[in-house]
Design a protein around this ligand. Structure first.
Ligand code: SF4
Length: 106
C-alpha cells in the first residue's frame, strides 16, 4: 500500500493474459500497450512494464489528493500482488511499511 515496492527498480513481468487485461483496462490496443509501456527482458523470455529513470514503475502516479496510487490497480500483474509474500528485494523489511509491521509483530 505504501508504493515502495513500486519504486524498486526491476522487472515487473507480464503474462499474456495480463497484457490483454491491462490493454483493455487502459483502452489501448495490445500493440500500443506493448510498444509504449513495456520492454523486453534481458533474457528475452518475456515483457516487463517500463520504469522511469529512477526505477519507479510507470503506473505509479499521483491522484488528485497527491497520493501515489497504482493506475492499473484493478488489473495489476500477479507479481505485484505477490509482494512481499512470494518475493522480496534486499532490505525490503526496512523499505516496506507492511514489512515493518510484520517485523514489529515478531
Ligand atoms: S503495476 Fe502498480 S502495483 Fe505493480 S509496480 Fe506498477 S504501480 Fe506498483
Amino acid at each position: 500500500m505504501c508504493g515502495n515496492c513500486c519504486r524498486w527498480s526491476g522487472y515487473v513481468r507480464l503474462t499474456n493474459s495480463e497484457i490483454d487485461k491491462i490493454s483493455e483496462f487502459l483502452n489501448l490496443t495490445i500493440d500500443d500497450f506493448i510498444n509504449n509501456h513495456t520492454r523486453i527482458t534481458a533474457d528475452r523470455s518475456g515483457l516487463s512494464l517500463n520504469e522511469h529513470s529512477d526505477g519507479s514503475c510507470i503506473f505509479l502516479v499521483k491522484n488528485i489528493d497527491n497520493i501515489e496510487i497504482c493506475l492499473i490497480n484493478d488489473v495489476k500483474p500477479q507479481q505485484c500482488k505477490n509482494f512481499p509474500h512470494f518475493w522480496q528485494f534486499d532490505n525490503w523489511e526496512n523499505e516496506c511499511a507492511g514489512g515493518r509491521l510484520i517485523k514489529k509483530k515478531n
